[in-house]
Write a protein that binds this ligand. Structure first.
Ligand code: JFZ
Length: 456
């Protein structure tokens, strides 16, 4: 800690951007989150009963994200429960899922242990409304996944919907079967649900599945500081190293912030944050959603996010058979291919010391009143001590010029480390003579080595 501050004082221009001390930085926090700052790229998985209707109810498509179908179609609990006996994901293969995450270069996995529909995807003794007791599957896929991840050194974490539970009279969100949320809170039903189901289930997921790297709480409706603190205490009492996501509730000291879904800030953002994102337009599987992103888009977003100081938590929505959709698999393999050569600029990297390459604010705002940026897509930069990495998305031809005026000791492409490139500097800028052609069809990565004390 002390050393870091001393270093920061000496090298303001580079370390100001490092993923270093944040406002809530305590020694415990710094130790807990070190792996996450290194990891940068994780797999999110939304999997539950909603994969059975897959976006369609009684023959009609239901608009919106797949895991919200119960809410969007106002399906009564008694009807939605009928999905459980139909859920038999016999093609589920924990090894294959963990292998896909590894092939993509992802370092952690976060899966829905219980989403807003209230159905537990693990063997829970707290409620029989779970995959082990209520479906013909009779397996605990979370046990299998935690083992498959451990085998590969992939960290394993759980999403848990602490506030919304549409299956329970006291849970938030279901006002078509039960009372209004305000009344549930006033009448004590909510705390009864929290203490009778959510809190004990969070204890279960922290007890029965080995080391849990993080709990991703969500949509903290009617969560007070006091209620959030109860969850936080459970997590840290049972697993002191487990991170707590930003959506636990007000007033709590979560370990990092989540941006709004699929949202990437326009500029470098200080502190620990992530962008949770989809591959199409849903989290939970929808059979009619074919609006897949392109692999090159994913690689750009990964570089964009890391160059702004964040993590990328990228979602897959497996089918009711237990299969990750083929287009998702194909895209992740493409990203993995790029990561194999270029992952060095991602893992453990700090944000860009520049910023002008990121884009500029427009005078327009989005529906959440955030300024919309005109995003430039020529290149992105990340840093490590003594190194500047440039992912070049628009190959400029012979020369690549960046606004760097510090000393450069060596320049090369990550795809061809032995071939030194010629560097010239003038007018506060550095120009590198690029190889004859790009080293990657999406983003070729250039490295500039600098003395560790260089500043821009
Ligand atoms: C929530 C869930 O309701 C959704 O089903 C999914 O699990 C997603 C990852 O999280 O949806 C949100 C929550 C917060 C924001 C956006 C969507 N937000 O803060 O912008």
């Amino acid at each position: 800690m002390k050393a870091l501050f001393a270093l920061a004082a000496l090298l303001p221009s580079l370390t100001a951007f490092a993923a270093g001390p944040t406002t809530n930085e305590t020694p415990e926090h710094a130790a807990r989150i070190a792996w996450w700052r290194e990891a940068k790229f994780g797999m999110f998985i939304h999997w539950g009963l909603y994969a059975v209707p897959a976006g369609e109810w009684k023959g009609k498509p239901v608009a919106g994200i797949g895991e919200w179908i119960m809410n969007r179609a106002k399906i009564p609990v008694k009807e939605y429960e009928q999905l459980a006996p139909q859920f038999n994901p016999e093609k589920f293969d924990a090894e294959a899922w963990a292998q896909l995450a590894q092939d993509a270069g992802m370092k952690y996995m976060v899966i829905t242990s219980k989403h807003h529909d209230g159905f537990a995807m693990f063997h829970s003794l707290v409620s029989p409304y779970n995959i082990y007791d209520a479906t013909p599957f009779k397996r605990d896929p979370m046990k299998e996944l935690s083992a498959a991840c451990a085998k590969r050194g992939i960290k394993f974490g759980f999403y848990y919907s602490q506030a919304q539970d549409w299956h329970e009279p006291g849970g938030m969100g279901n006002e078509w079967d039960f009372k209004k949320d305000d009344e549930k809170d006033k009448d004590g039903d909510y705390d009864k649900y929290l203490q009778g189901k959510a809190e004990p289930q969070v204890k279960e997921i922290l007890t029965n599945y080995g080391p849990i790297c993080l709990i991703w709480f969500d949509t903290p409706r009617h969560m007070t500081a006091e209620r959030a603190a109860r969850f936080e205490k459970i997590v840290h009492d049972l697993q002191p190293n487990c991170l707590v996501s930003g959506r636990i509730g007000p007033g709590s000291s979560s370990d990092y912030d989540s941006e709004g879904d699929n949202h990437i800030p326009g500029t470098v953002r200080a502190g620990d944050w992530e962008t949770p994102a989809t591959l199409n337009d849903t989290w939970g599987f929808k059979k009619d959603d074919h609006n897949w992103k392109k692999p090159e888009d994913l690689i750009f977003k990964l570089c964009d996010i890391v160059s702004k100081g964040g993590n990328y938590l990228l979602n897959v929505g497996p089918t009711a058979e237990g299969v990750i959709p083929q287009p998702s698999q194909d895209m992740l393999h493409e990203v993995g291919k790029w990561m194999k050569t270029n992952g060095e600029m991602i893992y453990g990297a700090s944000p860009t010391p520049f910023g002008e390459e990121l884009g500029k604010p427009t005078d327009r705002k989005d529906n959440r009143n955030r300024v919309i940026f005109d995003v430039y897509k020529e290149w992105r930069c990340t840093t490590k001590p003594g190194k500047l990495y440039f992912a070049i998305f628009k190959w400029p031809g012979e020369n690549f010029t960046v606004p760097f005026k510090g000393q450069v000791t060596k320049a090369y492409m990550l795809a061809d480390k032995d071939k030194e490139l010629k560097v010239t500097q003038a007018d506060g800028k550095t120009t590198v003579a690029l190889p004859g052609q790009q080293t990657d069809p999406v983003a070729s990565v250039l490295v500039l080595e600098t003395p560790e004390t260089a500043s821009k």
